[in-house]
Ligand binder design. Structure first.
Ligand code: GLY
Length: 402
């Protein structure tokens, strides 16, 4: 209940003020995630929820899983969005449980892990120890930089791994764009430009090799480590090598918008807009703007949607709207978010394993996580809500430091 001002002056009689859809969305997310926090706290352990298993139980991951930073990050965003101080020590505890991740060098996802958890934690709590973790993690990520391709290698290719069976040597996935944020931040925190240079090299080579003339992107580019040439243009999680895997398009839109934030290099902004336009103008983009898992999947409209792609795109567009005004990016993001906030995609309280959003897809080719909740769909949904509210408070650009 809030005290409202009516026409003709303030009354002291409390009046019920209608919540906006975004306020209601924050409240729903808060209530749902609080239930998960209560479950975790009652267990006496530090658990990190990711998705629902086929048997309906919540799957909890360890620190090395690429998705381990999203739940702590979601708690940071909820703390920020609601001002509930009881969430602060919990966000800190869940974040600090990932400390060991700063030393990960066997995959590229340390950027997702550390930036979503410690990055938000540093922004919101200013703990100096978090800065050291960010810089250490950026150093670990840079060990995966390969000189000849000029990129960070995403996945290792070892023994009889599925990556080896695909015949790859140095696979780089479009998702890797998201890990560059850690590097840009590390340069800002340390003053060491090495991280920035690695990020720019990776972004430039990816822009050259990973995109098609229509603005859509491949999922995997496999490079030669010895001479840097492209060996394959493939997919791992999409329908086919030439198809448009929706989350890949989402990572590209978000990744190049973020690169523009740190570099002010217009070519990155143009790439983000081109890939967004590909999705926006796609003849198979559904009316509610929540993409199919792959825009070339064979049985559209009877294919699963992917709420995670939608939330990543919405969050990216709120940022993009502060850099370019040729299109109403903010209005488009609002439309996505209203769809996600509807009962079509938002779970009822206590259902859906206590995740906020329903209807995401992990990887159909791997027959894994099909039409389930995913913690990264929730994370980017909360981030989008936070960005929307910042814009409403005065149009603060993300390039302005908080
Ligand atoms: N980074 C893996 C994915 O987007 O599914």
């Amino acid at each position: 209940m809030a005290v409202a001002c009516t026409i003709g002056g303030c009354t002291d009689k409390p009046e019920r003020v209608e919540k906006t859809w975004s306020e209601q969305s924050v409240e729903n997310a808060y209530n749902q995630i609080k239930l998960e926090i209560d479950t975790i706290e009652a267990s006496g352990k530090i658990l990190n929820p990711v998705t629902l298993k086929k048997n309906g139980e919540v799957y909890y991951c360890g620190y090395a899983d690429w998705r381990s930073g999203f739940f702590p990050g979601s708690v940071w965003y909820l703390y920020e969005l609601t001002g509930d101080n009881t969430l602060l020590p919990l966000a800190q505890k869940y974040t600090e449980a990932l400390d060991e991740a700063k030393n990960l060098t066997w995959h590229h996802d340390i950027g997702f892990i550390i930036n979503c958890s410690y990055g938000n934690g540093l922004r919101l709590s200013g703990k100096t120890g978090y800065k050291d973790v960010m810089i250490e993690a950026a150093k670990s990520l840079c060990t995966r930089f390969r000189e000849k391709p000029g990129t960070i290698q995403s996945w290792n290719v070892t023994g009889n791994s599925w990556q080896a069976q695909r015949g790859w040597e140095c696979p780089v996935i479009i998702d890797n764009m998201m890990n560059l944020e850690l590097l840009f931040e590390a340069t800002e925190l340390s003053g060491d430009s090495t991280f920035y240079k690695v990020a720019v090299s990776h972004a430039d080579r990816t822009m050259k090799e990973q995109f098609r003339p229509d603005g859509s992107c491949y999922h995997v580019i496999d490079y030669s480590i010895s001479d840097g040439s492209v060996r394959h243009r493939h997919t791992a999680q999409g329908y086919s090598h030439e198809s448009a895997w929706s989350r890949g398009q989402a990572w590209a839109i978000y990744g190049y918008t973020m690169c523009y934030r740190y570099t002010a290099d217009k070519k990155y902004l143009e790439q983000a807009i081109k890939t967004f336009n590909f999705m926006k103008d796609h003849p198979r983009m559904p009316e509610d703007l929540v993409p199919y898992w792959d825009m070339d999947a064979p049985n559209i409209p009877n294919e699963p949607r992917d709420a995670s792609s939608a939330s990543v795109i919405a969050s990216a567009l709120y940022e993009l709207s502060t850099y370019d005004n040729q299109f109403d990016y903010r209005g488009y993001a609002d439309k996505i978010m209203k769809s996600l906030s509807s009962e079509n995609y938002t779970a009822k309280l206590g259902e859906n394993g206590r995740f906020v959003l329903i209807h995401s897809v992990g990887s159909i080719p791997h027959n894994s996580e099909i039409d389930v909740p995913l913690n990264y769909a929730d994370y980017y949904y909360l981030e989008a809500l936070k960005r929307k509210m910042d814009l409403e408070k005065g149009g603060k650009s993300l390039s302005e430091k908080e």
